[in-house]
Design a protein around this ligand. Sequence first.
Ligand code: DC
Length: 335
Amino acid sequence: MIVIRGATTIASDTKEEIQRAVSELLEQIESRNSLKRDEVVSLVFSSTSDIHSYYPAKAAREAGFIGCSLFSAQEPDIDGGLPLCIRCMLFVEKNISPSHVYLRGAKVLRKDIAGKINIAIDGPAGSGKSTVAKRLAKEYNILYLDTGAMYRACALKGLEEGIDLNDEAAVVALMRDVKLDVVYENGVQRTLLDGRDVSEAIRENAVSLASSTVSKHASVRMHLVEKQREIAGKMSCVLDGRDIGTFVLPDADFKFYLTASPDVRARRRHEELKAKGMEVDFETLKAEMIRRDEQDMNRAIAPLKQAEDAVRIDTSDMTIDEVVETIKRAMQEKI
Ligand code: DC
């Protein structure tokens, strides 16, 4: 006896959608394992608690699984769990090495089977990108790449060396002499300049506008974009930045553009800095943020803008949980 596992997600909690999803999942399991119906001894389903319109076991019976025992159970709610998800286990009288099947949104549960995914999240400062990206990375157990940290590290070095950040040649020369690394410690990104951990220093308010200034230069961008593409090419990750969906990864599997009103964004950033003990005047911060947006949106190369195929989410009146949920559902619908 062997056990074959499978999972899928539904777009909405309706009888028709559950019937469709169960039929599709079982057909795929049968065909990938060359199963005959009478080889299936029993079939157990579990579904998340947001599914109540219909029993997956009943859908399986209707799909022709007559001779085996069938059972459906409901899973408890798990913080950050995949919504609208149906899982199954088939107990099969056959001596094969099983091919488990993960479809639609459930693909993210098994990246070993489902392959690599890249999620691009772009938007202006304070739109909630990094918080949301970190949450998604944790929930899907994939890497989070904060591309802004790379521009910030260049800016920090430029500020430390006292060079004119508008001088492209000077910035590039500086970068040639410095080793910029992004490493991961317990899943948290650390940014290193010549081996020195600058993860905290690059968050200083003075570095924000400076990073926007260095990011205008084509040669600086190409240098960093190459590193970003290299990382994203190797593994599943969620990247946040300004040009991920438009320039760094135009073929990203999922693209989102987060935005919020300038007031809300400035308030969030103000709170963030305050929590770190950095006191900045609110109006000054807001003015700087608007200036930075303008600079990022109007630069000649890879400016901040929404990719045509990105899902736009205005987070002004949303909690982080709501934004994460919206993104997960949008991903499920697309798969
Ligand atoms: O996301 P952040 O605030 O850490 O980004 C700092 C600056 O870096 C931002 O104002 C513009 C630049 N940046 C960019 O040009 N492209 C990216 N992909 C990420 C950041």
